[in-house]
Design a protein around this ligand. Structure first.
Ligand code: PMP
Length: 316
């Protein structure tokens, strides 16, 4: 789908997957005008397909587009395009319980612009790929290292939207962490270097007794759709959930820690390394709270329990 700056997106069309042509001075290539989303389609036992809260991805893309001076598809256009793309790629959706189809909507400044300014034209496209687990550990615990020098987002910056530059900013720390055997990096706030922010591609939760705490949304972390869903799920399971500033000391003193995201779903954290000190959780195994929330959410996403929240969209 294409759209001029200040205009509306026209109706899209299905195309075979392949390379796309871009002008060398396209806004996305030169000034980073790019936003993406990520969601999954699961196949149910009866063969039908479930999407999880696609209108939330549509709304988040619209907020991000506003921050990045880009026009965006309406919620209806976005969701209709997701449905059409998934149905056209039905054969790539793994059988029930064997993975999912990852859906990647991408919005970019495709028009040519030489001086620094928003691009004059935009392209919205969606591609898909079958996926298994995000971390090589699967649902086994992951090991994180707290990053002290490099930051992914500054106050007033673009950390709160899903723009491509945020991911470029994490590559260096993430590659270094992986080379040392860690699964991923946990970032701290860049002012005090004391409060938790998020992991390269997921949100973080800290469990202490019956209280589950997670960093509040304040512009430097992504408002995860899994995060929001887990907050509601945990409350409905009787936990007290707090969205606030969470310190690194609380992290090190937690009973359990887990991450949430579309790709990682709910991933238990087995250990955290902070300034050379390593702390293990739940004896390095999967904590009971992480296991419970993982199970409640994934059963809902896969259509194994009744969707009382109205979060899933069924396609056949
Ligand atoms: N933070 C970042 C930086 C991410 O890239 C993601 C993945 N979209 C998340 C958090 C989790 O968001 P969601 O639950 O919507 O996938």
């Amino acid at each position: 789908m294409r759209c001029p700056q200040g205009g509306n997106f026209s109706r899209g069309e299905l195309q075979r997957f392949g390379n796309i042509e871009l002008n060398p001075s396209a806004g996305v290539l030169n000034y980073g005008q790019g936003l993406f989303e990520g969601l999954k389609a699961y196949r149910k036992e009866d063969g039908n397909i479930l999407l999880f809260r696609p209108e939330e991805n549509a709304s988040r893309m619209r907020l991000g587009a506003e921050r990045m001076c880009m026009p965006s598809p309406t919620v209806e256009q976005f969701v209709d395009a997701i449905k059409a793309t998934v149905l056209a790629n039905k054969r790539w959706i793994p059988p029930a319980g064997k993975g999912s189809l990852y859906i990647r909507p991408l919005l970019m400044g495709s028009g040519a612009v030489l001086g620094l300014a928003p691009a004059p034209e935009y392209t919205f496209l969606i591609y898909v790929s079958p996926v298994g687990n995000y971390f090589k550990e699967g649902v086994a615990p992951i090991n994180l290292i707290v990053e002290h020098e490099l930051h992914r987002a500054a106050p007033g910056g673009t950390g709160g939207v899903k723009t491509i530059g945020n991911y470029a900013a994490v590559l260096k720390a993430q590659s270094a962490a992986k080379a040392k055997g860690y699964s991923d990096v946990l970032y701290l706030d860049c002012v005090h270097k004391r409060y938790l922010e998020e992991v390269s591609s997921c949100n973080i939760f800290v469990v202490k007794g019956n209280v589950i705490s997670t960093p509040a949304i304040k512009g430097t972390i992504l408002p995860g759709i899994t995060r929001k869903s887990i907050i509601d799920t945990a409350r409905s399971q009787g936990f007290q959930v707090e969205e606030r500033l969470v310190t690194v000391d609380e992290l090190l003193d937690a009973d359990e820690v887990f991450c949430t995201g579309t790709a990682v779903v709910v991933s238990p954290v087995g250990s955290i390394t902070y300034l050379g000190k390593r702390v293990a959780y739940a004896d390095g195994g999967v904590g009971v709270v992480s296991q419970k929330l993982y199970s409640v959410l994934t059963r809902l996403q896969m259509g194994l329990t009744e969707d009382k929240m109205g979060w899933t969209v069924e396609l056949s």
